[in-house]
Design a protein around this ligand. Structure first.
Ligand code: PHE
Length: 345
C-alpha cells in the first residue's frame, strides 16, 4: 500500500513536469497515462489488492490521481491548440492563396473591339433572334425560295415550311437582324449586328457549324460606295494598324448591288506569303456592297431617295489574323491552356 502511494506520487510529479510541444507528443502522453493500457488504468487495477477497510480512502486517492492526469492532458491540449492557431494567424511568410480570375474569351475580346470601333463612327448595336423565319433570313434579303444562292449558306432547318406557314431555321447570317431593323426603323439607319450564326458544315480546322459575325448597315440619302470603302478602311486601320493595305474585288451577293469582297494584306506574314494567305499576301475578311434596291423596297424604303451600304464579316477570321489561331475548333473546346493566353489583352 505504501509502495503504491509512492508510485502514484512519482507519476503525478512526472505528469506535472511533462513538456508537450506537438500533437505527436500529446498523443504519446495520452497513450502513456490515459490509454487503455496506460498507467492510470494499471494503478486502478491495483484496487482489488487493497484491503477492504482501506478501499474507501484509496479510492479517493485514485480518483484524484485520475483527475490530475486528465486535467494535465486537457491543459496541454488547449495550450497546443491555441499556439497552433496563433502561430498560423501571424505567420506572414505563408504564401497567399491565389484568387483565380477568369479570362475573356478571345472571340469576345475581338467582338468588343470591333463593336467599339464602329460605335465611334456612330453605329448603334442591334441584336435579333438566332432562330429565324425564312423571310428575315432569306426572303427579305432578296433570296426567294429556290434561289440558287441559298446554297451558298447550308442551312439548319428547325421546322419545315408549308403553304401557309414559314419555315424556321437557325440564322445563317446576321443580315436577318438588318432585316428586322429595316422593318422597324426609318432611315437614317446606321447599325452593326454582332451575333452567332449557324451553317451546316462539317467541323474542321477551317470550318465550323457555328461562328460569329459582325454585319453592318448604313442607309441614308446620298450614301455611296466611297463611304463604304472609307468606313471599312478606317475599321481595318483601327483593328490592325495604319500599315494595313486593302483591296476590293467584285463579288456577288443577292442583297447588294454592286457587291465586293475586301482583302487585307496578310497580318501573319506581312504580305510575304504564308499558309494563311495561301502565299498570295492577301486574306479575304468580308463581303460588302450597296444595298439592293429590292431589299429597300421590301421594307418600304424608297430606293430613289435612299441608298445604303452593307457589309458582313466573321469574328473568328479577324481573331485568327490578330492572334494567329489556325484551328477554328480551339474557340469552342474550352481548353483552359488556350483560353488563359488571352488574359492581358
Ligand atoms: N451576309 C453575308 C454573309 O454572311 C455577308 C454580307 C453582308 C455581304 C452584307 C454583303 C453585305 O456571307
Amino acid at each position: 500500500m505504501e509502495q503504491l502511494l509512492q508510485q502514484i506520487e512519482s507519476i503525478k510529479a512526472e505528469i506535472t513536469a511533462a513538456v508537450i510541444t506537438s500533437q505527436d507528443e500529446l498523443e504519446q502522453f495520452r497513450i502513456k497515462y490515459l490509454g487503455t493500457k496506460g498507467l492510470v488504468k494499471q494503478i486502478m487495477g491495483e484496487m482489488k489488492n487493497v484491503p477492504n477497510e482501506q478501499k474507501k480512502e484509496f479510492g479517493q486517492i485514485l480518483n484524484a490521481f485520475k483527475i490530475h492526469a486528465e486535467t494535465a492532458f486537457e491543459g496541454f491540449q488547449a495550450a497546443l491548440g491555441d499556439t497552433e492557431t496563433t502561430d498560423h494567424s501571424i505567420d506572414f511568410s505563408m504564401p497567399g492563396d491565389p484568387t483565380t480570375v477568369g479570362t475573356r474569351h478571345p472571340l469576345n475580346l475581338v467582338r468588343n473591339q470591333m463593336v467599339s470601333i464602329f460605335k465611334r463612327l456612330g453605329f448603334a448595336v442591334a441584336e435579333g433572334p438566332e432562330i429565324e423565319d425564312d423571310w428575315h433570313n432569306f426572303g427579305a434579303m432578296n433570296l426567294p425560295e429556290d434561289h440558287p444562292a441559298r446554297d451558298m449558306q447550308d442551312t439548319f432547318y428547325v421546322k419545315e415550311g408549308s403553304e401557309n406557314q414559314s419555315a424556321w431555321l437557325l440564322r445563317t447570317h446576321t443580315s436577318s437582324v438588318q432585316a428586322r431593323v429595316m422593318e422597324t426603323q426609318k432611315p437614317p439607319i446606321r447599325v452593326i449586328c454582332p451575333g452567332r450564326v449557324y451553317r451546316n458544315e462539317t467541323i474542321s480546322a477551317r470550318a465550323h457549324c457555328f461562328f460569329h459575325q459582325v454585319e453592318g448597315l448604313y442607309i441614308d440619302e446620298n450614301v455611296s460606295f466611297a463611304d463604304l470603302k472609307q468606313t471599312l478602311y478606317f475599321f481595318v486601320q483601327e483593328m490592325f494598324g495604319k500599315e494595313v493595305k486593302v483591296r476590293f474585288r467584285p463579288s456577288y451577293f443577292p442583297f447588294t448591288e454592286p457587291s465586293a469582297e475586301m482583302d487585307i494584306s496578310c497580318q501573319i506574314c506581312s504580305g510575304k506569303g504564308c499558309n494563311i494567305c495561301k502565299h498570295t499576301g492577301w486574306v479575304e475578311i468580308l463581303g460588302s456592297g450597296m444595298v439592293h434596291p429590292k431589299v429597300l423596297e421590301n421594307f418600304g424604303i424608297d430606293p430613289e431617295k435612299y441608298t445604303g451600304f452593307a457589309f458582313g464579316m466573321g469574328v473568328e477570321r479577324i481573331a485568327q489574323l490578330k492572334y494567329q489561331v489556325n484551328d477554328l475548333r480551339l474557340y469552342s473546346q474550352n481548353d483552359l491552356r488556350f483560353l488563359q493566353q488571352f488574359k492581358s489583352v
